[in-house]
Design a protein. Sequence first.
Length: 299
Amino acid sequence: MRSILVTGGNGQLGTALRRCTLPKGWQVVAFDRSRLDLADTAAIAAAVDAGHCESPWAAVINAAAFTAVDRAEEEVVAAWAINALAPAAFGAACARAGIPLVQVSTDYVFDGNKREAWEIDDPVGPLGVYGASKLGGELAVRTSGALHAIVRTGWVVSAHGRNFVTTMLRIAAEKGEVRVVDDQRGSPTSAADLAQALITIATRLAQDRAAPGGTVHFSNVGAVNWAEFASEIFRASAERGGPSAVVEPIKSEDHPTVARRPTNSLLAHSAIIASYGIVPRSWQEALDGILDELIGRKA
């Protein structure tokens, strides 16, 4: 049995990774916060080294992150510890063990000021601590000497945990109207689809040292703003007999946040298609799958 060490085991992406369909002879071993403290770089090294000695890890997927974007502006050291120093420790340990590392990153490494979808080699320019710390993690992995892939993503949603879909459905069940910004656009990403892409990449790198590494982008396909996304969630929910609400579109300035958000989070998929043959499906199709799990299938 070939094992993939996965961090963030109880998060929405970690949950999706635990539920993934794996090739025969492969398994995911998920570490949550209680099992591995990502602020402890020595513990990270020991976890990777111990697996290498006793029952060798085939790969590591670092799916954990300090994702509280606004809180990161206040908890700067904690954000950098989890988002930058932990990937550095994983990179060094994976290099020693001779195994690949798949690092999950974010659209927040960009400033959001481009009109088209972001390509992998576009200039980075994070707007706040979260994006800067995730970029630090990218740089640490790239310079670690480990065989690696960095997968940038954004707007991750699922049937599990707190995310935009579950939050909108909760609000709709409590009141009939919700105010949502309409001047930030991107592509929603199903955690299940992202997880399957990460597994594909990790197993490919583990089995083929000549496989392409580097940076790729993954999200579902199609551009939408947050208000439009909310409207589609409610429309599709109502079709299933679930909660719905009226969406009032507003501007970002009318909903101030501690951290600035990118205006454009669209990610180009050419690199992941070319390198791994992974062709993302539409965000609408992905949303249907999430709502089928949360509410039930359409009658």
